[in-house]
Write a protein that binds this ligand. Structure first.
Ligand SMILES: Cc1ncc(COP(=O)(O)O)c(C=O)c1O
Length: 402
C-alpha cells in the first residue's frame, strides 16, 4: 500500500501514523548527507530569503561550477540543468554538435532517464522495445544498444556516424555491476580513436562512490560527465561537465541549453553546501559510506540466507543493489534470472517492519546511517522473512522502530 510520509531526519522518516522507518531509498539517491542536513538546510533558508529565483546570472553559479571542476576530474567547464534526464539530453546534443554525427551507443541495463531516445526496453530487458507506452518509436532510430563489458561488441558498432557512447561507469541501475579489468580504459581508447565523445552518466555514482565519482575511483576520465542526484542533496539540480573544446558548442550558442530553472539560486546554494560538507571531511565520509554499504549488504544477506528469500547484494561505496537470487549476480544476464516479484514482496515485508527499501533493488546509505541502523535492519529482515513465510507481508504499521 502507498505510505505517506510527513517528516524525516538523518536516516529516518515518519509516516502520517507516526511510524518510523530506516530509509535506504534516500529520495532515490540524492540524500548523500541524510535527510535535512543542517548545513544544506541553512544554505537553502538563507538563499530563499535573498531570492528564490532570478532568471539571470548570479555568483553561486560560478562558485558551484568552480567547486565541481575542483573535485570531478573530467570537469573543465560546467552547465546546469534540473534533472538527470535533462542533463543526459544536453550531453548528447553537445556530442552531436561537436562531432557533426548522429548515432549514439548505449548499453544493456544502463539507465539514462526517461526521454524517448534512451528509455529503451534495454533497461531491464534485452530487446529494443520502448520502455514505456506512449514513446515515439522513431526517437530510437539513432540509438544503438550493445552489451556492456564486451569490447568486441562495442568495436563492431562504432562507425564514422557515432557521435557519443554513453555509459554508467558503474552500472548501478543494472545491478551495481562493475566494469571488468581494463574495460573502461579500453573502451575509452576505442571511442576516442573513432572520434566519438565518451559520456559517463554519473547521476548515481557522482559524489557517492567517491567525491570525484566513478571516474576518480576507477581512474578513467570521460570527455563529458552527467551529474545529478547527490549533487543537490535533495534539491533538483543536475550538471553536464567536460572538456572546454566540447563545451564550446554551448558557450558559443550553437547548442541551445534552455530551461526556466537552470542554475536556480536555491538549488545551486544547496549543491554548494553539499560539496563543502563532502570536501570538509572527505576521507571520513567516504570511509563511513563504504563501511555502511558493506555492513548493509552483509546484514541483508546474512538475515535472509538459507531461506527461500535469500538475497544476493552487490555493492560499491555508499550504494548497493539487492536481488532475490540464490546464486551470485556477476553480470547483466544474471540479473534477468533474479525474481523481481520476490524482491518486491521482501521490500513490502521490510516496510511493515520499519525499513524503507526501493522495490527495484537499489540500496542507498548516507552519512547519517549508523551501525545501530544496520543492526536494526538485520533484525527487521529476520522478522520480514518470518512474515513472508507466515504469509503476513501486509500490515498497516511497522513492528519495529516506531
Ligand atoms: C544513471 C542515471 N542517469 C539518469 C537518471 C535520470 O535522472 P532523473 O531521475 O533526475 O531525471 C537516473 C535516475 O535514476 C540515473 O540513475
Amino acid at each position: 500500500m502507498p505510505i505517506a510520509f510527513t517528516h524525516a531526519n538523518g536516516a529516518a522518516m515518519w509516516d502520517v501514523d507516526g511510524n518510523q522507518y530506516i530509509d535506504y531509498s534516500l529520495a532515490y539517491g540524492p540524500l548523500i548527507l541524510g535527510h535535512n542536513p543542517r548545513r544544506v538546510v541553512d544554505a537553502i533558508e538563507a538563499q530563499v530569503r535573498r531570492g528564490i529565483s532570478f532568471g539571470a546570472n548570479h555568483p553561486l553559479e560560478a562558485q558551484l561550477a568552480e567547486a565541481i571542476c575542483r573535485v570531478v576530474p573530467s570537469a573543465e567547464q560546467c552547465i546546469f540543468s534540473n534533472t538527470g534526464t535533462e542533463a543526459v539530453q544536453v550531453a548528447l546534443r553537445i556530442a552531436r554538435a561537436a562531432t557533426g554525427r548522429t548515432k549514439i551507443v548505449k548499453f544493456l541495463g544502463h539507465y539514462h532517464g526517461w526521454a524517448d531516445n534512451v528509455n529503451l526496453g534495454s533497461y531491464g530487458e534485452t530487446d529494443r522495445t520502448p520502455g514505456s507506452a506512449g514513446q515515439d518509436p522513431g526517437a530510437m532510430a539513432a540509438t544503438i544498444v550493445v552489451g556492456w563489458n564486451d569490447i568486441d561488441a562495442l568495436r563492431e558498432v562504432l562507425d564514422d556516424d557515432t557521435a557519443a557512447v554513453i555509459m554508467e561507469p558503474v552500472n548501478v541501475d543494472g545491478g551495481c555491476l562493475h566494469a571488468s579489468d581494463g574495460y573502461l580504459e579500453e573502451a575509452a581508447g576505442l571511442v576516442r580513436a573513432n572520434g566519438t565523445v565518451l559520456i559517463f552518466d554519473e547521476v548515481i555514482t557522482g559524489f557517492r562512490i567517491s567525491l570525484g565519482g566513478a571516474q576518480a575511483k576507477y581512474a578513467c576520465t570521460p570527455d563529458l560527465t552527467v551529474l545529478g542526484k547527490a549533487l543537490g542533496g535533495g534539491l533538483p539540480i543536475s550538471a553536464v561537465v567536460g572538456r572546454t573544446d566540447l563545451m564550446a558548442v554551448v558557450a558559443d550558442g550553437r547548442v541551445t541549453h534552455a530551461g526556466t530553472h537552470n542554475g536556480n539560486p536555491v538549488t545551486t546554494a544547496a549543491a554548494l553546501a553539499v560539496i563543502s560538507e563532502l570536501e570538509a571531511a572527505t576521507t571520513e565520509i567516504y570511509a563511513h559510506l563504504d563501511v555502511m554499504s558493506t555492513l548493509l549488504a552483509e546484514a541483508l544477506q546474512a538475515a535472509t540466507s538459507g531461506s527461500d528469500h535469500a538475497l544476493n547484494v552487490r555493492r560499491d561505496t555508499g550504494v548497493g543493489h539487492g536481488f532475490q537470487s540464490p546464486s551470485p549476480i556477476l553480470e547483466y544476464g544474471d540479473t534477468l534470472c533474479a525474481s523481481s516479484e520476490r524482491y518486491g514482496a521482501f521490500t513490502a515485508a521490510m516496510l511493515a517492519e520499519g525499513v524503507h527499501l526501493m522495490p527495484k533493488g537499489i540500496l542507498y546509505v548516507s552519512v547519517a546511517h549508523t551501525e545501530g541502523d544496520i543492526t536494526r535492519t538485520y533484525e527487521a529482515a529476520r522478522r520480514a522473512i518470518r512474515r513472508l513465510h507466515d504469509g503476513r507481508q501486509h500490515s498497516s504499521s511497522p513492528a519495529a522502530g516506531s
